[in-house]
Design a protein around this ligand. Structure first.
Ligand SMILES: *[C@@H]1O[C@H](CO)[C@@H](O)[C@H](O)[C@H]1NC(C)=O
Ligand SMILES: *[C@@H]1O[C@H](CO)[C@@H](O)[C@H](O)[C@H]1NC(C)=O
Ligand SMILES: *[C@@H]1O[C@H](CO)[C@@H](O)[C@H](O)[C@H]1NC(C)=O
Ligand SMILES: *[C@@H]1O[C@H](CO)[C@@H](O)[C@H](O)[C@H]1NC(C)=O
Ligand SMILES: *[C@@H]1O[C@H](CO)[C@@H](O)[C@H](O)[C@H]1NC(C)=O
Ligand SMILES: *[C@@H]1O[C@H](CO)[C@@H](O)[C@H](O)[C@H]1NC(C)=O
Ligand SMILES: *[C@@H]1O[C@H](CO)[C@@H](O)[C@H](O)[C@H]1NC(C)=O
Ligand SMILES: *[C@@H]1O[C@H](CO)[C@@H](O)[C@H](O)[C@H]1NC(C)=O
Ligand SMILES: *[C@@H]1O[C@H](CO)[C@@H](O)[C@H](O)[C@H]1NC(C)=O
Ligand SMILES: *[C@@H]1O[C@H](CO)[C@@H](O)[C@H](O)[C@H]1NC(C)=O
Length: 699
């Protein structure tokens, strides 16, 4: 019976050998992980707290082991910076998952990555790498490859993909690679279900071999240089759930059989040169989002669209579509927006798009829709945009529409609407633009307009409005009291007796006196009338009286002034609080210049005729500077004025008067005379200050 101890001994030594081996391996792994830790910096996460030499590596946060070997490193979304030591990492020869996406990693990807041959999952996406991607062909076990939006450039090693026959996900988009044809190496990856190649410089045609990728559920090729037609073979991709082709150079019609893609939920082929009609799409009943704007599609919108049970976003603006919209379009799901602007559509506004109370945008500009606005929109409180200008719509605006609480923009211009703007507009707490020009609206502007505290622009021109501009309009100055920006409000008014553009320049300044008895932010606003006018200073001065008061501001009142030729002006009388404002700086700030982005046909401020720059003026003094600049064509500071002198000291010297102190300046009457003499037909702006001076501005 001596065999037993021997056996035990053997087993023991075997065990200890094994333990010893494991220990050694782990010691190597530990060293590698500590190298990774020292290469990467993390300021906002504590992922590395557990990465200490006295801890077993398999217990480190983000590390997964299998049978004692490290198989996975997941450090994604950990605010990491630094560059990746692939020479160390790829010594972990059991590593199958390396997930480093959504960090701030930089530097190049070194060729050492080719040693990570066991990798099945590689995520380097959403980082700040540089340089080109090295050869990846040894990584033939990859199933998931994310390198999207990570700063890679140069030629991608497309041929490396041919060996990755098990690849399920390939995401390389949003990198400035060299231009390349759609890579043939992808066409053999028949397991692929996710292909993201948007915005990474793919050019040429979509190859017919795309039809090989029958497992695809997502195919994204947008923002590229792809031309030619959509290949007929695409209709073999019956599992497609999302197809994104926007912003390319695609031409031609939808291929026959496209309608076989009946699992499509999101389809966007906007911004191409596609033509033909939409009849292939009538069987795509699962569509949630359909965007085809900026193309050359014609024909009618298929009636079947009215039965699409999931549709929430529908944007086909700027095509050549004709006929009516399906009556029930948008009535089934939690509809979000429709933009069918700039087509040749007719018929009525579909009444049920806000049935679920979720609709945010109704954009149907520039078609030939007719009939009335359906009353169903009266309680569509989710609406932020209601824009139907330039159609043949008529009737009275259903009550409730004016006062929708989230509506930011109501645009009814260029129709045949009638009736009045009703007092419920006082409920419109978000309304910043009211565009109702060129209709048959009538009646008074209700005083409740003053409760539309977000108002920036209102255009009432070419209607039959009557009565006065409500005195309460002056209260609108409360608007931007919390804002540090300069804003400008415009009012166009036309009652066939007067046509008026009031421009409320609201500007805010910090009190130069610091914490005085006035608030830190002191506002003033100027009202100018941009019109060719003729008037005398006395006409203006004499009208500055209580009877004509139409508004009160923090630093002055606004008066209605009827001048001799019958024109009405709004004139701001500013209390001079700081006559020596020479130190005040002027700057030009952009206003409402933000682009509305590619996904909407909505116009920005510029296309409404609102200038995208507004001059910030701290007080009447600098306003005067602006006027003088405009009229004289000179800049505020120029060498010819002399050292430390500006346009204000220059203008009086031109007038042969001396001195910089306000009292010694020429009267504003003489400035006005001078300006009139200089530009007799360009007198357009007026501002009255406490000393009775008036100035003019050329527009
Ligand atoms: C981009 O990469 C991230 C991982 O970094 C991934 O979650 C995301 O789905 C990828 N985007 C696309 C469109 O493939
Ligand atoms: C693909 O893998 C085989 C061996 O598995 C290798 O011989 C070939 O060179 C690889 N192809 C590429 C493009 O790397
Ligand atoms: C396209 O990719 C670049 C990086 O190459 C990125 O900066 C840009 O934002 C992407 N464009 C879009 C529309 O996402
Ligand atoms: C399509 O797949 C087949 C095998 O399924 C393959 O033989 C063929 O080469 C592929 N076509 C392209 C264009 O890669
Ligand atoms: C896309 O089409 C436009 C207009 O037809 C053309 O000017 C441009 O060169 C085309 N670009 C490409 C990459 O084909
Ligand atoms: C569409 O599918 C039907 C049946 O599933 C099939 O008969 C037809 O050939 C397909 N059309 C195309 C163009 O793939
Ligand atoms: C509809 O479009 C809006 C705006 O682009 C987007 O935020 C929303 O996610 C889309 N809804 C669906 C279901 O795609
Ligand atoms: C509007 O009122 C009608 C009738 O009361 C109701 O059926 C509908 O759901 C309401 N819509 C919203 C958005 O509240
Ligand atoms: C109104 O629409 C017509 C086309 O129907 C267009 O020619 C015209 O320019 C549009 N008017 C405005 C002011 O947008
Ligand atoms: C618009 O439709 C009306 C009928 O509703 C028609 O009288 C008018 O001619 C149409 N206008 C255009 C430009 O087609």
């Amino acid at each position: 019976m001596s065999a037993r101890p021997t056996f035990h001994l053997t087993l023991l030594s075997l065990l200890s050998l094994l333990l010893c081996f494991l220990y050694l391996a782990t010691a190597d792994d530990l060293q590698i992980l500590l190298t990774i830790k020292s290469a990467l910096q993390n300021t906002n996460s504590n992922i590395f707290n557990s990465w200490e030499p006295n801890n077993p590596p398999c217990n480190f946060a983000g590390i997964t082991c299998s049978q004692g070997s490290i198989t996975s490193i997941d450090l994604s979304n950990q605010y990491l910076s630094g560059s990746i030591p692939f020479n160390s990492i790829c010594q972990l020869n059991s590593l199958e998952t390396l997930s480093l996406g959504q960090n701030h990693l930089h530097g190049p990807i070194t060729e050492d990555i080719a040693n990570c041959v066991r990798l099945q999952y590689l995520d380097l996406g959403n980082n700040f790498f540089s340089g080109s991607v090295p050869d990846l062909s040894p990584l033939s076990n990859l199933k998931y490859l994310y390198m999207n939006n990570s700063g890679f450039s140069g030629n991608f090693p497309w041929n490396s993909l041919s060996n990755m026959t098990g690849l399920l996900v390939l995401s390389l988009g949003d990198n400035p690679f060299e231009r390349a044809l759609f890579p043939n190496s992808i066409l053999g990856l028949t397991q692929l279900n996710w292909l993201y190649l948007t915005n990474c410089s793919i050019e040429g045609e979509i190859p017919r071999g795309i039809g090989n990728l029958t497992e695809l559920i997502n195919l994204e090729l947008s923002d590229s240089f792809i031309s030619g037609e959509i290949p007929q073979e695409i209709s073999r991709l019956k599992k497609l759930w999302q197809l994104e082709l926007y912003n390319n150079n695609l031409t031609g019609k939808f291929p026959s059989g496209f309608g076989n893609l009946t699992n499509l939920e999101n389809f966007d082929a906007s911004m191409n040169y596609l033509n033909g009609d939409l009849s292939e799409l009538r069987s795509l009943t699962q569509l949630v989002t359909l965007q085809l704007f900026y193309n050359e599609f014609s024909g009618e919108i298929p009636a079947e669209f009215g039965e699409f049970r999931k549709l929430v976003n529908f944007s086909v603006y700027d095509n050549k579509l004709t006929g009516p919209l399906p009556e029930l379009i948008g009535s089934w799901a939690e509809f979000d927006y429709i933009d069918v602007s700039e087509n040749f559509l007719t018929g009525r506004i579909p009444p049920e798009m806000c049935k679920r109370g979720t609709m945010r945008k109704l954009l149907m500009l520039q078609n030939n829709f007719s009939g009335e606005i359906p009353a169903t929109y009266s309680n569509c409180t989710s609406l932020t945009r209601f824009r139907v200008s330039n159609n043949s719509l008529s009737g009275v605006i259903p009550s409730g529409i004016w006062g929708l609480p989230n509506l930011g923009f109501i645009d009814l211009a260029l129709n045949q609407f009638e009736g009045s703007i009703t007092p419920d507009i006082g409920n419109a707490k978000s309304l910043s633009q009211i565009m109702v020009a060129d209709n048959r609206f009538s009646g008074d502007l209700p005083p409740e307009i003053s409760k539309v505290t977000e108002l920036i622009a209102i255009d009432l021109s070419n209607n039959q409005f009557s009565g006065d501009i409500p005195a309460t309009i002056g209260e609108l100055k409360q608007l931007y009291s919390q804002s540090s920006l300069t804003e400008q409000q415009f009012i166009w008014a036309n009652t066939q007796q007067y046509r008026l553009l009031l421009s409320f320049v609201l500007h805010l300044k910090k009190s130069s006196k610091g914490d005085g008895d006035r608030s830190l932010k002191e506002e003033s606003w100027d009202v100018k009338s941009f019109q060719v006018l003729s008037f005398t200073e006395d006409e203006i001065i004499d009208s500055i009286k209580q009877d004509n008061l139409i508004g009160k501001g923090g630093s002055g009142n606004v008066y209605k002034v009827v001048v001799a030729n019958g024109k009405e002006l709004a004139v701001k009388h500013i209390w001079n609080s700081d006559s020596d404002g020479r130190k005040k700086s002027r700057s030009t700030t952009p206003m409402l210049a933000k682009s509305t982005g590619r996904k909407s046909s909505e116009f920005d401020a510029e296309s409404m005729g609102i200038p995208n720059k507004v001059t910030e003026k701290s007080d009447v003094y600098s306003f005067g500077v602006v006027l003088m600049e405009l009229v004289t064509g000179k800049r505020p500071i120029e060498p010819e004025y002399g050292e430390n002198k500006d346009i204000v000291s220059w203008v009086p010297s031109k007038l042969k008067t001396k001195g910089k102190l306000p009292a010694l300046r020429p009267t504003m009457r003489s400035v006005v005379q001078m300006l009139e003499a200089a530009e007799p037909c360009k007198l357009v702006g007026i501002i009255i200050s406490k000393d009775g001076g008036s100035k003019k501005e050329e527009i």
